[in-house]
Design a protein around this ligand. Structure first.
Ligand code: OOG
Ligand code: MG
Length: 252
């Protein structure tokens, strides 16, 4: 049964169509929802995609309020989700995509379970400004916590800007999301669990609960600092994060 749900979500993502929330017909525990996510990602890996990292979700109040949920979630990132900095995406491949400003970590050591701030910091190879493109496979972008977890936490794409050395300050940086050069959202990296490093620590803890570990070379998205913005064709979306290089993509 969980396999059927995973296939349904995988198909909805592939066809860019929306489906009813799973929770409208099925009682799904959070554990089951993570199982559905894992199976749906396995479908993608079986088609040749590669796991390149993980993303954290609902690490800021702005996101929790926008989506009406109140717990951390995590999802998986594959190489097919990578959007080149300065690249373009075709919105017909998505249901109702949105963009949000993020901070990305690249790891040089594995991390799993309960780790200290020092251990987490020590595992970072590089940090970068990033933009995540999210797209819910549910009608009207509405879901329960288990729905969104099963749907790989709305993951669909991400752009990472130029990498910076791991000792670059990421505390209290202003984070701005722009559409066609006009500011549409502004937050601070402090809004991400008080410090984005805390999100990396949470990622290590969360994946370990399901027997996985963050690996060297992987990218971890810390979660958006602001609410997400709906995308329309013909836009240039960029982020400016204090002290980090900007990144951008356009839509058609
Ligand atoms: C779920 C994904 C949340 C974030 O950065 O908080 C997320 C959603 O909002 O659809 O990616
Ligand atoms: Mg996000």
């Amino acid at each position: 049964m969980l396999i059927d749900l995973a296939k349904k979500l995988d198909q909805a993502a592939a066809d860019a169509t929306s489906i009813a929330q799973l929770s409208s017909t099925t009682q799904l525990s959070l554990d089951d929802a993570y199982k559905v996510q894992k199976i749906s990602i396995e479908q993608r890996l079986n088609r040749g995609e590669k796991l390149v990292g993980y993303k954290m979700g609902f690490t800021s109040k702005a996101k929790m309020i926008q989506m009406g949920v109140d717990d951390l979630i995590w999802g998986r990132l594959t190489d097919a989700m990578m959007i080149q900095d300065g690249g373009s995406i075709d919105l017909s491949k998505y249901v109702h995509p949105r963009a949000e400003p993020e901070i990305a970590f690249r790891l040089k050591k594995p991390l799993s379970g309960i780790v200290t701030k020092e251990e987490a910091y020590d595992a970072i190879d590089a940090v970068a400004g990033a933009i995540e493109v999210i797209d819910s496979r549910y009608q009207n972008f509405k879901f329960s916590l288990s729905d969104v977890i099963a749907d790989n936490c709305s993951s669909t794409g991400f752009v990472v800007g130029p990498w910076h050395s791991p000792d670059t300050n990421i505390d209290g940086l202003s984070m701005i999301l722009k559409v066609n050069d006009a500011e549409v959202e502004r937050g601070s990296s402090k809004d991400i669990l008080d410090h984005p490093l805390n999100s990396l620590i949470e990622a290590a803890r969360c994946v370990a609960q399901y027997g996985e570990s963050l690996q060297a070379g992987q990218i971890i998205l810390a979660g958006a600092a602001t609410a997400a913005v709906a995308l329309k064709p013909g836009q240039t979306i960029s982020t400016e994060i204090e002290g980090l290089s900007p990144c951008q993509f356009s839509t058609c």
